[in-house]
Write a protein that binds this ligand. Structure first.
Ligand code: ZN
Length: 185
């Protein structure tokens, strides 16, 4: 039995107000308390992770179609940017959730999207460069995509971890300031 507002454990308490946040509850009325502390959060986290993963496939596929005027930079920054936005979105959602079972799938998908973005950006950047008129020899020295494939998870993990940490602190502070003070204080 948990407070339906702040998830404080209410087991063994008599009917009244939550000692933590003051929201009323009654052990004889299941609509006034929550039975699971964070179960919905795990479901939200897993569903959102699957949603972002499917979205990333569609968006990356769409972004691989144009030739970007044979500009390697334009292709690189577009695809890498998509990966960073999707990874950041997943990390912010993970920071908003309060249970690891919801957070971990989002963090994994976030790292995957950022990593895939870097690899596809590098790979597609070279292929649009090679597809241009009179591509120079350097356009075929395309070892960078392999580097991103092997090591891209490191910057992706650092970025997602940082965004997650900042989001976690931000939402925790917001919840604390929103919580009303118990009566008499
Ligand atoms: Zn409460």
């Amino acid at each position: 039995m948990y407070c339906r507002s702040c998830r404080y454990g209410l087991e063994g308490l008599d009917a009244g107000r939550c000692p933590e946040c003051g929201v009323p509850f009654d052990p004889t009325d299941p609509s006034t308390y929550a039975e699971w502390r964070y179960k919905p959060q795990a479901l939200i986290g897993i569903a959102a992770a699957i949603g972002i993963f499917l979205l990333s496939i569609i968006v990356f596929f769409t972004a691989m179609q144009p030739s970007y005027g044979h500009s390697q930079d334009a292709a690189f920054f577009t695809l890498a940017g998509i990966g960073v936005v999707l990874g950041g979105l997943a990390a912010i959602l993970a920071g908003w959730l309060r249970w690891w079972l919801g957070q971990i799938p989002l963090l994994l998908v976030g790292v995957f999207c950022t990593w895939a973005g870097l690899f596809l950006a590098s790979s597609h950047g070279y292929s649009v460069w090679q597809g241009g008129p009179n591509p120079p020899d350097e356009a075929f020295a395309d070892t960078a995509p392999i580097g991103f494939l092997l090591a891209g998870w490191i910057p992706a993990g650092v970025l997602v971890g940082l965004v997650f940490g900042v989001a976690l602190l931000f939402f925790r502070r917001q919840r604390r300031s929103r919580r009303p003070r118990p009566a008499g204080q």
